[in-house]
Design a protein around this ligand. Structure first.
Ligand SMILES: Nc1ncnc2c1ncn2[C@@H]1O[C@H](COP(=O)(O)OP(=O)(O)OP(=O)(O)O)[C@@H](O)[C@H]1O
Ligand SMILES: [Mg+2]
Length: 158
């Protein structure tokens, strides 16, 4: 099955933040954003942008703090930021993913560690370091809601 996807290139941190912010403005409760990609590829900068797009007053609080697996930001809708780097992907269940899912927006760093069947419908955002400050950011839709979201995002980024 060919899934709808879209790639953009970021040439500096701010481009990544801006892309996240455009996506954040389009999100609603129960949306799931799965961030994949190696260390230092921009997952946290992108999350900062998503929080900005959702109206977070102080985006400097969005970081990758050591040993914190879940942080909730009180944005337009609660934004739950998971970071699974140090744990098994299955841990997302014990962190309450299913309990919180329908009342918040979920954004997950190191989502590559989770079996996609656990996540259900979601938007995958894959980060690749091309060179220096250049990142390829590829959005891929798993489910109809996310196909619509990709169309809206393409429109807003152009
Ligand atoms: N175009 C870019 N977009 C985002 N970050 C960039 C870019 N160019 C350079 N950087 C640098 O790359 C790093 C990205 O850091 P970030 O914390 O967002 O990565 P991450 O994918 O969350 O890493 P980790 O897996 O360790 O959590 C930062 O040091 C940032 O300054
Ligand atoms: Mg990070």
């Amino acid at each position: 099955m060919r899934r709808k996807s879209f790639t953009l290139f970021s040439h500096q941190e701010q481009d990544t933040i801006n892309a996240g912010s455009k996506l954040g403005a389009l999100l609603f409760t129960s949306d799931v954003i799965a961030l994949c990609g190696e260390l230092g590829s921009g997952k946290t900068y992108f999350t900062k942008g998503v929080a900005i797009g959702l109206g977070l007053a102080d985006p400097s609080i969005v970081t990758s703090p050591s040993f914190v697996l879940l942080v909730t930001y009180m944005t337009r809708n609660p934004l739950r930021h998971y970071d699974l780097y140090r744990v098994d992907g299955q841990e997302i269940i014990s962190l309450g993913f299913f309990d919180f899912k329908d009342s918040s927006i979920s954004i997950i760093e190191w989502a590559d560690k989770i079996d996609k069947r656990i996540l259900g419908d979601h938007l995958e955002v894959k980060f690749a370091i091309i060179s220096g400050q250049t990142r390829a950011i590829t959005f891929k839709a798993y489910g109809q809601r996310y196909e619509t979201l990709i169309d809206q995002l393409k429109r807003d980024l152009s």
